[in-house]
Design a protein around this ligand. Structure first.
Ligand code: NI
Ligand code: MN
Length: 226
């Protein structure tokens, strides 16, 4: 499984012959828009964790061009379906088998409204499982005890956690989250995009290292393989 960081909370996951885009916010992110061309993205699926603009900005454009299936909570899925796009609705605790593997929509503590203020359902994260690998995509969330439920059913290979603080967990809580989900390999996201969430990279990496863990921070456009 190959995971490419597209800036902020945007990811491209290539697994089991499918291309899975997560929370595309590229044209509005000046750190990413010069490096990533959304016309080059041709996903089969677009996973959306919640309705905030920094997670959905490019969903419509990319879904129209690629005919991708948008997978999100019920309200977000219906929002896009009413615009004529393909969508698969889920809700917390639910699993569905897609052609690449299984997705489970899991709890996140955050909010979820569209830019115009309309209700975007309840925010979540995803556990993406192929036959070989299991990845937790936390979405925007606080540290929550619910994370302890994940290792009860799933042995994760990678936890993708927000680390930027202010709107989500910061670094210390993300270290605790990686304990809760029992996964020592972490990809950090949702940091540095704007002033509120700028972090000290070396400090973040050291804090995970001191806890016996490895924090990956990818340049925009860079990939890791698990
Ligand atoms: Ni958010
Ligand atoms: Mn966000």
């Amino acid at each position: 499984m190959k995971i490419t960081f597209l800036g902020h909370a945007s990811l491209l996951i290539e697994a089991a012959n499918s291309s899975i885009l997560v929370d595309p916010f590229i044209t509005g992110n000046e750190k990413a828009s010069g490096k990533i061309n959304i016309q080059d993205l041709n996903p089969d699926y677009i996973l959306v964790t919640h309705a905030h603009q920094d997670h959905v900005l490019d969903v419509e454009t990319i879904a129209k061009a690629s005919d991708a299936v948008i997978v999100s909570n019920y309200e977000i899925a219906m929002h896009y379906e009413s615009k004529g796009l393909k969508a698969h609705p889920m809700n917390h605790g639910g699993n569905w088998k897609f052609d690449f593997g299984n997705l489970k929509y899991v709890n996140a503590i955050h909010t979820s409204s569209f830019a115009d203020g309309t209700y975007g359902g309840e925010p979540g994260g995803f556990i993406l499982s192929t036959e070989e690998k299991h990845v937790y995509i936390a979405g925007d969330t606080a540290l929550t005890m619910d994370m302890k439920l994940i290792p009860a059913s799933t042995r994760l290979n990678l936890a993708i956690l927000p680390i930027g603080d202010n709107f989500t967990m910061g670094i210390d809580d993300a270290v605790s989250a990686s304990n809760f989900v029992e996964c020592d390999t972490v990809l950090g996201y949702h940091y540095d995009t704007f002033g509120y969430i700028e972090i000290d990279h070396d400090l973040a990496i050291d804090k995970f290292k001191n806890a016996g863990k490895e924090l990956h921070l990818l340049d925009i456009g860079a990939s890791m393989t698990i």
